[in-house]
Design a binder for this molecule. Structure first.
Ligand SMILES: NC(=O)NCCC(=O)O
Length: 419
């Protein structure tokens, strides 16, 4: 019998043994929804406070503030069993500029039906599952929300089977229309990451984020720049490298951009959105524990620091099982699931503070207020833009792109290398 542990279910803590907790909640961390909650339950309060300071940083010199959301939102979370957390990032008061506080949301979800169900039913069931979370965001006065990568389908790209292309839809297709109505209803900007079928260009498929304005209008699209070729992420079988550059969308609530999933491993991709003036960059993702979990809390936070903007990181949850087994090309046995999508959606701020993560195994809505003035305040403080030496890098890139490039390496003469 293992030691007694606190376990949280539907936001409530209960006491169970370590073994039963693990068996009850696959994907949990020893029965806890997140590392933060595990630490909170197991450390003495003053030790937990110090650990939190080191793990999450400080915002304007203080621990990040939790905020209360209206009862309409908390009851939707209880009724529909999704994790709901809310925080506030402050900036210092300025003499000449008003505060620019926006309320931003992130939604993570598992699929709703088995992958063997009719495709139309699968898509419809996911939309119905996500709706109460958007309603809760609407009830909380969220101004901008982003869903996870390809939220309207199972992440079937591991299979290499072409039938899953049927989930692709035009920019103004079913998912967009569904969200346009909610954008109008809640006066909310909605970032809608879909598998896109570009009908006017020979049915080309892209991995696209459609930015829907708060009047339900389509502001524009961004197509994923970097496509993974790692593990079971066989996405290059399905869609092409994006052709939309690094657009920043000026919305009613601030300048936003979208760095879709694997793009987060490319610091220059983050940089480009920053150079175009983004204040919030969303990273809608689909990634599994075995592959990327140690990288997850680091990369987005680093991007927020290096580029003086906020980052909203979103990952789907759950284990998706596919009808036919597939292999990963690594000599390991064939398998029918992708592994565990570990959720853990969170926000990072330019001052190096970040929120705790949403659940590792349940659907969730993360809400945060953020004063966008913090972006310029951090630029003034650290001067990363001013000290960047872009001309040095431009020079290196122009040389690197030429076929006759030779790396600038100065060899220690003592090595006595033979040429
Ligand atoms: N969807 C996607 O790009 N996943 C790649 C895996 C990762 O970047 O962690």
């Amino acid at each position: 019998m293992g030691s007694l542990q606190q376990r949280e279910e539907n936001g409530e803590a209960s006491v169970v043994t370590e073994e039963t907790a693990i068996s009850i909640s696959p994907g949990s961390i020893h029965g806890f929804e997140s590392l933060h909650r595990l630490l909170e339950a197991n450390l003495k309060p003053q030790i937990f406070q110090e650990v939190s300071r080191l793990l999450l940083g400080l915002n304007c010199g203080r621990p990040l503030e939790r905020i209360c959301l209206p009862e309409a939102a908390t009851s939707l979370s209880a009724e529909n069993n999704f994790d709901l957390q809310a925080f506030s990032f402050h900036a210092d008061k300025e003499l000449l500029r008003q505060q620019r506080v926006v309320r931003v949301g992130l939604i993570q979800n598992s699929i709703a039906l088995p992958t063997t169900a009719h495709f139309a039913d699968q898509k419809n069931a996911i939309m119905q599952k996500v709706k109460p979370m958007i309603d809760a965001a609407g009830a909380s006065g969220v101004n901008i929300i982003c869903l996870q990568e390809a939220w309207m389908m199972p992440f079937a790209f591991c299979t290499r089977e072409k039938k899953w292309c049927e989930f692709a839809e035009p920019v103004d297709g079913e998912a967009t229309q569904f969200l346009q109505e909610l954008a109008r209803k809640y006066n909310m900007v909605i970032v809608n990451p879909i598998l896109e079928r570009d009908v006017s260009h020979g049915d080309t498929i892209w991995n696209t984020a459609v930015v829907i304005g708060n009047h339900g209008n389509i502001i524009g699209i961004h197509r994923k720049n970097h496509i993974p070729r790692v593990g079971d992420f066989n996405e290059s079988t399905y869609y092409m490298e994006g052709n939309t550059g690094h657009p920043v969308f000026e919305t009613a609530y601030g300048k936003i951009a979208i760095n879709i999933c694997y793009g987060r491993h490319h610091p220059l991709n983050w940089l480009a959105f920053g150079l175009n003036g983004a204040e919030i960059v969303f990273n809608p993702s689909a990634t599994v524990g075995e592959l990327s979990e140690p990288m997850w809390p680091i990369e987005a936070r680093n991007a927020a620091i290096a580029n003086s903007y906020y980052v909203g990181s979103i990952n789907r949850v759950g284990t998706e099982v596919f009808p036919n087994p597939f292999t990963s090309g690594d000599g390991k046995p064939q398998h029918s699931d992708f592994g565990h999508f570990y959720g853990s959606s969170h926000f990072s701020a330019p001052d190096a503070s970040c929120t705790p993560s949403l659940s590792r195994h349940r659907d969730g809505l993360m809400v945060s207020d953020m004063d966008l003035n913090l972006c310029r305040q951090l630029k003034d403080k650290w001067g990363f833009r001013m000290t960047a030496r872009y001309e040095l890098y431009a020079d290196l890139f122009s040389k690197y792109l030429k076929p006759d490039f030779t790396p600038q390496v100065i060899v220690d003469p003592a090595l006595q290398k033979k040429i």
